[in-house]
Design a protein around this ligand. Structure first.
Ligand code: NAP
Length: 313
């Protein structure tokens, strides 16, 4: 007997901003398992796609929309996710999965009770080098880790006011990508031991952060996040081991061992995110890992706050 191919899952995007336009819409269009059925957008949405003014309006009008991909900033995401789960819909969350750790735990529990899929995405874990780096490190003894995640905020977040308000995470908005990648490849658990957060005197969130982690034994990981970078971004992780040095550059798109580049397959982070979401839906499973957000929360909790010069757009 031949199996009838499953119809694509009708999915709605909520919050049609930079990441929705740059990545989610093309990734959905290229994935036969999904069909962009609607949007929720206060600014008009996408040409040719039905738009709703609120998540509640979408849930009411379109019971056929099985999944929602929440692409807005973190603060408004919890209420939207909660409403969608309560209406029995599957939910994919952009990173960070919540404005607080407790929000994520609540959504995780709600989704289990409602028997729907919750996918808290970390796009950097879908970078080409993530899997090969994890496999390469698996059997090695790590002796040092150095993370540099530096970019020009004016280039990457033009006019985004929410990143500077409480809950917007500041430089941890990109920095959490590094932490999501590091926690995916590092074979031993790390915890934060110190942090210095540099906060412009006219803003609520840091423009730079220096972090130190430990495995509780002799392994130390240093991380420097900075939004004042000029002359090209640096998104790299270097891991020293008893069997050589692993370097991930360009956010995990490239991998080097002792300076020699390894060839990698690269489906693209967002196509791979939707492949994973499709698999989770097919399996009736969820994927929720709050650990990168926990490290950020720890940095805000343990960190020393330095006031630095004002930042103007
Ligand atoms: P953005 O362009 O500033 O905003 C996304 C969209 O969310 C807005 O255009 C708006 O869409 C909606 N929105 C904004 N504020 C809202 C509010 N208070 N209530 C409801 N909806 C609101 O931000 P973004 O860069 O796309 O980032 C969104 C999320 O994706 C963040 O969590 C970010 O960390 C993550 N992300 C961003 C990037 C990137 O390169 N930008 C990369 C990876 C992940 P409507 O006008 O359609 O309502």
């Amino acid at each position: 007997m031949t199996e009838t191919p499953r119809q694509p899952t009708p999915i709605a995007i909520v919050g049609v901003g930079k990441i929705a336009r740059d990545q989610h819409i093309p990734a959905i269009a290229a994935d036969p398992r999904f069909e962009l059925a609607a949007t929720v957008s206060r600014s008009g949405g996408v040409d040719g796609v039905e738009n709703h003014a609120s998540v509640e309006a979408l849930l009411e009008a379109r019971p056929d929309v099985e999944a929602l991909s929440l692409c807005m900033p973190p603060i408004p995401r919890f209420n939207a996710a909660r409403a969608a789960i309560a209406a029995g819909r599957h939910v994919m969350l952009e990173k960070p999965p919540g404005a607080t750790v407790a929000e994520v735990l609540t959504l995780d529990r709600m989704s289990r009770d409602a028997n729907v899929t919750l996918f808290a995405t970390w796009h950097s874990r879908h970078a080409a080098a993530a899997g090969p780096a994890r496999d390469w490190l698996a059997e090695k003894r790590l002796t040092g880790i150095r993370v540099d995640w530096k970019e020009d905020v004016r280039k990457w977040h033009p006019g985004q006011d929410w990143i500077w308000r409480a809950g917007g995470l500041g430089v941890f908005d990109p920095g959490i990508n590094a932490l999501s990648l590091l926690t995916a490849i590092c074979p031993v658990p790390l915890h934060l031991t110190s942090a210095t957060l540099s906060v412009p005197e006219n803003r609520a969130t840091p423009i730079a952060a220096d972090l130190e982690f430990s495995d509780g034994e002799d392994l130390t990981a240093m991380a420097a996040f900075d939004w004042r970078q000029k002359g090209g971004e640096i998104w790299q992780i270097e891991v020293e081991t008893d069997a050589g040095t692993l370097s991930l550059t360009e956010g995990g798109a490239r991998m080097f061992v002792d300076g020699t580049e390894r060839g990698l397959e690269d489906p693209g982070e967002y196509p791979d995110l939707y492949r994973r979401f499709g698999d989770l839906l097919a399996d009736g499973a969820s994927d929720v890992d709050p650990l990168p957000l926990i490290h950020v929360a720890d940095a805000f909790m343990l960190g020393r706050h330095l006031t630095v010069e004002p930042f103007e757009d």
